[in-house]
Write a protein that binds this ligand. Sequence first.
Ligand SMILES: *Cc1c(COP(=O)(O)O)cnc(C)c1O
Length: 436
Amino acid sequence: MKLYSTNHQSPDVDLAEAVFRGLPPDNGLYMPTEFTKLPQSFWDNVHNLSLQEIAFEVSHALIGADVPSEDLRRLVNNAIDFPAPIVEVETNTYCLELFHGPSMAFKDFGARFMAALMSYFLQKSQKQIHILVATSGDTGGAVAQGFYKTSNIDVTILYPSGKVSDIQEKQLTTLGENVRALEVNGTFDDCQKLVKQAFLDKELTAKFDLASANSINIARLIPQAFYYVNAYAQLKKQGSDLPVIMAVPSGNFGNLSAGIIAWKLGLPVDKFIAATNVNNVVPAYLKSGIYEPISPSLSTISNAMDVGNPSNFPRMKALLDNDLETLRALVVGYFYDDETTKIAMKDVFDRTGYVMCPHTAVAYLGLKAYTNTLTKQVNGVFFSTAHYAKFLDVVEEVVGKQSIPERLEVLLSKEKQATAMTTEFADFKAWLMNNL
Ligand SMILES: *Cc1c(COP(=O)(O)O)cnc(C)c1O
């Protein structure tokens, strides 16, 4: 597998280098230089394959010889050890549940696959890698779980004190072993700034092999293509061959970029719906052709999508030849405010009993808005990126008391272990020097 930088000012690299570097030196994004469509025989037979078998075929098509087949099969089986079912919520309207992994959000796919891949590449070396990651909530939990007990890798998570939910904080602070949490007396931006400064610090980078685990890493993108193909396979298994529409609740647009990768491998999708909250940079761009970041980003109840300048947007464009009309032919954008999102959560619950987190509801709304413009019958799939219990405050305000899955319930009784940290880089650096 060869990867180029979207800024075209850095040399092409192989997968291992792209994964450990994260970002190319020219600050672009790493992208595969070519996509080979999966053969027709694969698509004809896809409904007979398990998620893990699909994951192997898709990752093999992308990664090629960088990981030998047998190793890749083992790696995928370990990383993707939870299901991604579709649930029919209304006639021909399906929810793709991406929250059955350890942190109960779709970021588990990316984090677990990246951890497995890094660990595989490190196997033969004596190197110890130190992952630094800043989180506003969901990323940290998935990364912590993904790298938990991975040999040769430790993880330091920085999170803003008092600004993540109870459950999210417990997900970051109760694992122990090779996962440590720093509770920063500041905002998410402060956390991010500390991490960025550490990567630029000559003394730290000379002494330690630092790596990042943020959402622009190509290793997080690859496994997200798996569940698009798997969702299609499940529809096909039901014997339905209606055209397929997939609606993706989006923030940084990693998820939708992975969908477009799956499409480039041959996934038969009619349209993707880019559904956002009022941070509507991409839907606005699709409409006007003008790209205007929102700064600072707006706070909403679907806060994992509060992104004012989506970092994966250049990837999305590059996948479609940087051509607006090509993008418009495949992707339709919609955006919703909090009030509309809550009404959808309540409406779907009242009619069907199905509970959606706010992000999921945004995707549902986008799907319905688009399919209502059609005269033909379709299969619509809206993605549920998190279990509702991760956003229990707003969910219970809208639809009333709900049960919490046991996996999250047990967390609440565990004891938090975090080190308090100031926003001063000197303090953070001293801690790293003494503790890595
Ligand atoms: C991260 C996240 C999103 C946004 O995904 P992107 O790939 O950044 O577009 C949506 N929903 C939830 C619950 C998330 O955690």
